[in-house]
Ligand binder design. Structure first.
Ligand code: SAH
Ligand code: SF4
Ligand code: F3S
Length: 508
């Protein structure tokens, strides 16, 4: 679709929604049952977010501290929350003891993610005793679960407010309520599915930026809580995304990561359903910014058009994160992933044919209910067959309210842990193997800063997300430079700085 067609209205126009229709109370708790519903309601584009006059100045002389758990989506939400707080006059602080507003932006994906949050909240009890005027808030995916909100209400009275993933733009009024109310303010909408544009953001860095392209998930993999905590799939309009990427490019950003729980479903919710991720990437690749990536893709919606566009290369990086979860067709079926081992391998072959130099990474869950030893071994063999460069590996964690949590499970925790360890041995071995061929080669590195271990060493990433350490003047931070690799370690590469990249492309 070209500019003319878009302007001619072939992409959904902004639809405005009147938020005053909402019942506003200090207590609107979540409901997983409501969150599960997927109706045919229209998606509303709320285009003119602005901080209400009455709340301006609320934060003057006050500081905020946000601790973020979970995925990039949450990290990016934190940038929006910070943007709203700064808009209210608050200043940021890295010291929780110094803060007037403390927020925990939480993740619900696995039990241990939730336990970390409850642990942190426990520490805040004494903070609150020392500083009774401090406001403590819980937001993010955990706040969308009624069991969590009930537990907070019952046991964590140091918490002043709980707000959901669909309520971020309501933060000024939620804070206002929290200052006025003696009760815990809970505002969690379960069934929202709108898009709010024009949100302020305080971005964490000035080299790499995140851009949401869609929200929510309709896949309902049987183990996963995300479709309940993030609502239905809804895509931002291409023009809003393109404008944001252009602005970041103009501000000097070197790399953009397009965000969505399942970015391959981009555009499915548009009325004509014809403008898809391939179309969007084809437009974004024309923007003058060195690197564009996306996360996360789902094998099910990975279409040929997208592969064709990615094969054009340029600023579209040749690294694709493609979660497979399991190598067993039976397990994939019970997970409701809607693809088989065979169709996944076919997709991989298609991608490799079109992009011969592609690097693939993945996510894997071991110990899904009743997973047999043979089924687990199919995961190992698939991993080797694809030749993934890296994987995030997890032990299955039952999530209350999801279908898998109701399944009987005959696999002991001991067996699950053993499988994770065996898988990790394969994953780590292949990761190290993937680094060896780099020795002696020249790579392009986006320099992010000083190495965490040694201040005299700079570090950055290649297009394929390989960590490279090298010595160079600090003035190259934020630039793409050429480095000759001298040594391949298990997790990273060491190299010698050559110079700032001119135009030519070497091994990425
Ligand atoms: N939307 C992404 C995944 C987001 S969650 C996708 O579909 O690829 C990130 C990863 O967490 C998933 O890929 C999965 O491997 C893991 N995960 C999700 N739910 C889980 C659960 N209940 N237990 C263990 N791991 C889980
Ligand atoms: Fe969860 Fe599946 Fe959606 Fe990914 S695609 S967020 S794993 S339900
Ligand atoms: Fe966690 Fe929510 Fe992201 S559950 S992984 S923070 S979408």
């Amino acid at each position: 679709m070209n500019e003319e067609q878009r302007l001619a209205g072939q992409v959904p126009l902004a639809k405005e929604k009147d938020y005053s229709q909402y019942f506003q109370s200090v207590y609107t708790p979540p409901s997983l049952k409501e969150a599960k519903k997927r109706g045919k309601e229209e998606i509303f584009y709320h285009v003119d977010f602005a901080i209400d006059e009455q709340y301006r100045g609320m934060g003057v002389g006050r500081k905020f501290y946000i601790r973020t758990f979970g995925c990039q989506m949450n990290e990016h939400d934190t940038e929006v929350i910070a943007g709203i707080l700064v808009g209210l006059g608050y200043e940021s602080t890295n010291d929780v003891k110094d803060a007037d507003v403390v927020l925990l932006n939480t993740c619900a994906i696995r039990e241990n993610a939730e336990n970390k949050v409850f642990g942190e909240l426990g520490h805040y009890k004494s903070l609150k005793i020392d500083r009774p005027d401090m406001l403590i808030g819980v937001c993010g995916c955990m706040s969308q679960e009624e069991s969590v909100v009930n537990k907070i209400l019952k046991t964590y009275d140091q918490v002043d407010m709980v707000f959901g993933t669909h309520n971020i733009h309501r933060l000024p009024s939620i804070l206002n309520e929290a200052y006025l109310s003696k009760e815990m303010v809970v505002e969690v909408w379960s069934k929202e599915g709108d898009i709010i544009e024009n949100l302020p953001r305080v971005r964490k860095g000035s080299i790499k930026g995140w851009v949401n392209i869609m929200y929510g998930c309709d896949k309902f993999c049987t183990y996963c809580i995300v479709p309940y905590t993030r609502g239905k799939e809804r895509s931002r309009r291409p023009e809003d995304i393109i404008q944001e990427v252009r602005q970041l490019a103009a501000a000097g950003y070197q790399e953009i990561t397009l965000l969505g729980q399942n970015v391959n479903a981009y555009g499915k919710d548009f009325e004509d359903g014809e403008y898809r991720l391939g179309d969007l990437m084809d437009e974004l690749r024309k923007i003058d910014i060195p690197r564009i990536r996306f996360t996360t893709s789902h094998p099910r919606d990975f279409d040929d058009q997208l592969i064709e566009v990615l094969a054009k290369g340029g600023n579209l990086v040749d690294h694709i994160h493609l979660p497979v979860q399991s190598g067993s067709t039976e397990i994939l079926k019970i997970m409701s992933r809607k693809y088989s081992r065979e169709s996944f391998l076919e997709l991989v072959s298609k991608i490799k044919r079109a992009i011969p130099n592609v690097t693939l990474t993945t996510d894997i869950i071991v110990g899904f209910p009743n997973e047999t030893e043979e089924q687990f071994e199919e995961t190992i063999s698939l991993y080797k067959e694809v030749g993934f460069d890296m994987a995030f590996t997890y032990i299955y964690s039952p999530r209350e309210g999801t279908p898998a949590a109701r399944m009987q499970d005959n696999v002991s925790m001991e067996v699950k842990k053993d499988r994770l360890q065996r898988l990790n041995t394969v994953v780590n071995g292949l990761s190290a193997e993937a680094l060896k061929p780099y020795k002696g080669k020249v790579v392009n590195v986006l320099v992010e800063g000083e190495s965490k271990r040694n201040k005299e060493v700079l570090s950055g990433y290649t297009e394929k997300s390989k960590l490279v350490n090298f010595r160079a003047p600090a003035c190259v931070i934020g630039k793409i430079v050429q480095v000759r690799i001298t040594d391949a370690k298990s997790w990273s590469l060491d190299g010698e700085y050559i110079g700032i990249l001119e135009e030519e492309k070497v091994m990425s």
